[in-house]
Ligand binder design. Structure first.
Ligand code: ADE
Length: 218
């Protein structure tokens, strides 16, 4: 059983994605548990304030350290062996290799920010900082969802054997997948490559490997 915790101001963000398709099946099968922890519940004042303006001036608001650190502590108490990851554009780049690394852990806690980011001191309370790429999202939630989804599909028993075989051939070599075609044979003047219709499995395999190599090189 893999335990995921999501630290967020917007737990509802995750409702429908986790209620669809593969994540839904994995949760129903008891392969993964997902718990949202509302950061605002850890705000100290009566207005439940979680953000404040930056020292030194400048636009926007920052996530305050007290509620975020209290929420991280609560997550570590619930799951003492969890790996706490802050989603931030200034973190290390997420990759399939990272997804595999997380899949092999007992669980993960994904910390989602809003506003202009986190008070820098919060970084001392997380195990890792992770970015989805060089672009700015309106919060960490879409990033956390991508990380969680990519872990879930790697957990044993989540994908059928046919699906996971395809995934393995893709991830093992770090090479891109080959192009795929289904019916019809002709679509708006574009033909399915004839080798795929030949029935010659050795030729098909050679063609696929060559296409993968070409794509990856490009
Ligand atoms: N929060 C805002 N933008 C982000 C990004 N690119 N990756 C991770 N977290 C983020």
């Amino acid at each position: 059983m893999f335990h995921a915790q999501l630290l967020t101001l917007f737990p509802a963000f995750f409702d429908s994605p986790l209620a669809c398709s593969i994540p839904k099946r994995a949760i129903a099968a008891g392969i993964v548990t997902v718990e949202c922890i509302q950061i605002r519940d850890f705000a100290l004042d009566k207005h439940k304030k979680v953000d404040d303006s930056p020292y030194g001036g400048g636009p926007g608001m920052l996530m305050k350290p007290e509620p975020v650190v209290a929420a991280i502590r609560a997550a570590r108490e619930k799951q003492p062996d969890t790996h706490v990851v802050m989603l931030t554009p200034s973190g290390g780049r997420f990759s399939q290799a990272k997804a595999i690394e997380y899949r092999d852990m007992p669980g993960i806690t994904l910390l989602c920010g809003r506003y202009e980011g986190f008070d820098e001191r919060i970084c001392d309370y997380v195990d890792e900082q992770l970015s989805m790429g060089d672009y700015v999202l309106s919060g960490g939630e879409p990033a956390a969802l991508s990380v969680l989804d990519s872990i879930i599909r790697l957990l044993p028993g989540v994908l059928g054997s046919a699906e996971s075989a395809v995934l393995d051939s893709f991830t093992e070599e770090g090479i891109l997948d080959w192009p795929h075609y289904t019916r019809p044979e002709q679509f708006e003047g574009k033909d399915v490559p004839s080798v795929l219709l030949s029935g010659n499995h050795a030729d098909i395999e050679r063609w696929r490997q060559e296409q993968s190599r070409q794509r990856s090189r490009r």
